[in-house]
Ligand binder design. Structure first.
Ligand code: ANZ
Ligand code: ZN
Length: 831
């Protein structure tokens, strides 16, 4: 008998599948079937798949195959998030142009995916670094510009004077450059392009409530990211004269205006205009503010106010609290973020942790104005609770409930012209300018005829193609700016000489709408045809890592709303359901080169085959949990498949029908089969607990193996065995597609397994016919007996007493009572 040899089986089927592009092809929107759109997040083409990819794709692939078997028209595409910095770094290191490096990586990774037997419709493949794709980024950019959703403004960026370039926040370590440990990163004003995502803040927030198919943790992260906050703006007049314009008052944003009588200072972000105005008149102060600015920490960059180590400087000036006329000192502090609220706060140390910490450090007064209830006496400060708390020492507001006071005091400020209730968001407009080469050129030009105003290119000028040969070794500014053939162009407005925009787009632009392109990836006249997108969208199941919970998944929700408002699509959200799989770890840590604990998929495939590797990735943990990779486990799956292989090939031509009435052994085997079908079908209906699905198949195979002697003795019919073989192969096919194809052929199955109807569990056959009932004597377990379901109570009691073990325990004593809990237990009381 032949033995299971994946090294032979898998390449054979891979060849056949590669040769047939229709195999995994989605049907048109007129297929007359329900549609199912299943996507795994597209990878960055780094050159090698890692185990995290394998796990992600194994989940999606099992699902896509299953949905085909359930009769759906399935779209299961794959693509490449192909722009980005690593290609430029690799280019510098290996002296290969980014395009070449990227495209050859894509070819290699596509091969790996095919070797894994993943069921992608390659006709729909999307590669974001090719002009046929990124021209539509440019097209969308123009549409957004027209709609007022793309605009330019000066903004703060991290600038390394040694690198002569902008640094991402992640490249700033403790205020210094990641490449130059001794160089303090500067803040520079740079004119950058922004997309107005904040126009959709409320819709992005409210939409989360309806995304019930998304993990709660992702929705929570997005809610926090959007950070809607209701509060009050209050103007504090600056005492004395300020020369600069618009600096006569400081507007603070507070969520606790009810605490305003406890404000003991006003705190400004170092970037605040008033801080600058004071600095202009005071060189010593200017220097100290510069120092604060230089101490940019990661906590400050990420907006984590609590984590910032607090530093500040007293400006020597004062502001006037409009509620009580009190003069409070104005400070500049690093824990005030420039781009949240108004970049200025009233500091209330008695009721805010951060202000308390700051006040302790610099000896500012702490003045309590809120108490849990009247006459509560001393409470530990800072006291931050709200709800039933009450105002004290707050003039005419004393005694008010603090939540009610917030509204009333905002109204009072408004009525008196020094404030108003307001809503702020943490979410900021999306800065998309990058001083990089390997990205989408921004389709704008500048010309003397329009001065500072950018001029959008006409659609007919698209795509603006990236020049192939660009020197990226030089530091400083956008590499495209050093390519005269690229920069110099003619003005679409006046026909004179003009200069192109030389920044490129953030690569998150590419991934914001790529899944729409899959529905119509060859379209040369539009990003996609609306009727196609409207048929496939929203995505039924999107699968990927939780690390994309915020950026990618907010940007793509934003893009969807923009496309809807442009009239291109009808859906409000890109995906109905989102699944975030856990990480793959080894020896307790995430696999990474630096930890030296990387297990290569190629290695595993070479040793155990793609089927065993994939199946292990699904079996070793629930898909949403982290998975600890253990090679022994892959070997175990491989042994399991060998076992199934032996059983199937042993009985692949067994003769005989299904008899009218089955023997007990046959009924038992069929019961297990139909129970297994029911269980796996349930696992596929949303929980994706494939680890338990595979465990169930293993149990079924155990029963099969245990029944071997009975089959060989003719006690289980050939018909029942054939039913088992056929269904076993079908149940395995979403998890081990090569294996299933080979076995399917072996037992004479027709067509592809994943185009064959998914097995349907027969409830009758699956129903347990027996139940196990423990028998106790004086409350102690003595025996466990099996009874046919529905047997009369008396018969069970009698059988329990007749049981050998029970009888010997009872011998010589009197049975006083027989207690029975139907379906649960029998207890004999003896004396
Ligand atoms: C006075 C106050 C008293 C505050 C009190 C809180 C408690 P959320 O809920 O996150 O919106 N704040 C405002 N702008 C800030 C900025 N740019 N940088 C740092 N902190 C800022 O937080 C709003 C609160 O955070 C505001 O309300 C303000 O402090 C602070 F018992 O004002 B509060
Ligand atoms: Zn012009």
């Amino acid at each position: 008998q032949a033995r299971y040899n994946p090294a032979e089986i898998e390449p054979k089927w891979q060849q056949r599948w590669d040769a047939d592009p229709t195999l995994y092809a989605a049907e048109g929107h007129d297929a007359g079937k329900p549609k199912y759109y299943c996507i795994e997040m597209l990878p960055y083409p780094s050159g090698q798949l890692h185990m995290g990819h394998v796990r992600n794709y194994a989940i999606g692939d099992a699902l896509a195959r299953h949905m085909w078997m359930r009769g759906y028209n399935v779209l299961h595409p794959m693509g490449w998030d192909a722009f980005g910095l690593p290609a430029e770094n690799a280019a510098l290191k290996n002296n290969t142009p980014p395009r070449e490096w990227t495209l050859s990586n894509i070819a290699a990774m596509r091969k790996q995916m095919q070797r894994l037997g993943l069921s992608y419709d390659w006709a729909t493949e999307v590669t974001t670094c090719l002009p046929e794709y990124y021209r539509w980024n440019q097209w969308f950019f123009l549409k957004m510009y027209e709609a007022g959703l793309a605009y330019r403004k000066k903004s703060k960026v991290n600038w390394c004077p040694d690198c002569q370039t902008v640094l991402a926040n992640e490249q700033v370590v403790d205020g210094r450059c990641w490449r130059h440990e001794d160089t303090i990163v500067e803040q520079r004003d740079l004119t950058q392009w922004f997309l107005r995502i904040t126009k959709y803040s409320d819709e992005l927030l409210d939409g989360l409530d309806k995304l019930e198919g998304w993990p709660e943790k992702v929705r929570t992260m997005q809610r926090n990211w959007i950070g809607r906050s209701e509060g009050t703006l209050v103007d504090f007049a600056v005492d004395g004269e300020v020369k600069a314009e618009d600096c006569a008052k400081i507007t603070v944003f507070t969520t606790r205006v009810d605490t305003i009588f406890g404000a003991t200072s006003v705190q400004l972000a170092p970037e605040h205009a008033v801080a600058k105005a004071f600095a202009a008149e005071d060189a010593a102060l200017a220097e100290k503010i510069e120092e604060l600015l230089a101490q940019q920490t990661l906590a400050r960059e990420s907006g984590d106010v609590g984590a910032i180590e607090k530093h500040g400087v007293d400006t020597g000036r004062f502001a006037i609290n409009p509620f009580n006329g009190e003069r409070v000192p104005i400070w500049v502090a690093n824990y005030i973020l420039a781009d949240y609220g108004t970049g200025a706060i009233m500091s209330v140390p008695a009721h805010d942790e951060r202000d308390f910490e700051f006040a302790q450090k610099y000896g500012l007064p702490v003045k309590q104005v809120i108490t849990p209830k009247v006459d509560a006496g001393d409470v530990p400060l800072p006291y931050t609770a709200e709800d039933d708390a009450v105002l004290i020492d707050s003039g005419g507001w004393t005694g008010e409930n603090c939540v009610e006071a917030q509204q009333k005091m905002a109204g009072f400020a408004k009525a008196n012209g020094f404030g108003t209730a307001t809503v702020t968001y943490r979410l900021k407009d999306w800065g998309v300018s990058r001083q990089r080469y390997w990205g989408t050129p921004i389709p704008m030009v500048y010309c003397e005829c329009s001065g500072e105003n950018p001029i959008p290119l006409p659609e007919s000028a698209l795509p603006v193609v990236l020049p192939p040969q660009v020197d990226i070794t030089q530091q400083g500014g956008s590499p495209l700016g050093r390519v005269p053939e690229f920069v110099n162009t003619t003005c679409p407005k006046c026909g004179g000489p003009a200069r192109r925009e030389t920044d490129t787009m953030d690569t998150f632009v590419d991934s914001s709408w790529y899944f729409y392109r899959y529905t119509d990836s060859k379209n040369a006249n539009a990003p996609f045809a609306s009727e196609k997108a409207n048929y496939w969208f929203p995505i039924d199941q999107y699968i990927g890592g939780v690390e994309h919970a915020i950026l990618h998944l907010i940007y793509s929700r934003f893009w969807t709303k923009v496309m809807r408002d442009l009239g291109l699509i009808k859906n409000d959200e890109p995906a109905t359901r989102l699944f975030t799989q856990g990480m793959v770890i080894k020896d307790g840590a995430k696999m990474s080169k630096s930890k030296g604990n990387v297990v290569s998929p190629d290695d595993m495939i070479a040793r155990y085959g793609a089927d065993a590797t994939r199946m292990y990735a699904l079996f070793a943990a629930p898909p949403d949990r982290d998975l600890e990779w253990q090679e022994e486990g892959v070997a175990g799956i491989s042994r399991f498949l060998s076992r199934v292989y032996r059983l199937i090939t042993k009985y692949d031509s067994i003769a005989g029908d299904m008899p009218e009435s089955a023997s007990a052994a046959e009924a038992q085997l069929r019961r297990k089969l139909h129970q297994t079908i029911a269980k796996i079908t349930l696992d596929f209906s949303g929980r994706w607990h494939f680890n338990t699905s595979i465990a169930a198949v293993m149990e079924l195979v155990n029963e099969f193996a245990a029944a071997e002697a009975l089959i060989d003795a003719g006690k289980i019919s050939g018909g029942a065995v054939r039913e088992l073989l056929r269904n076993l192969v079908l149940l395995l096919s979403p998890f081990a597609p090569f294996f299933a194809a080979e076995m399917w052929e072996q037992i004479g199955g027709e067509g592809a397994t994943f185009r064959t109807a998914w097995p349907i569990a027969d409830e009758e056959l699956a129903r347990e016919s027996e139940m196990e009932i423990p028998v106790q004597v004086n409350g102690k377990l003595v025996s466990v007996l099996k009874f046919p379901i529905g047997l009369a109570e008396n018969a069970i009691k009698a059988a329990a007493q007749a049981d050998e073990k029970v009888a010997s325990r009872v011998a010589g004593k009197n049975v006083v009572k027989v207690i029975m809990v139907p379906g649960k237990l029998v207890n004999l009381v003896v004396k």
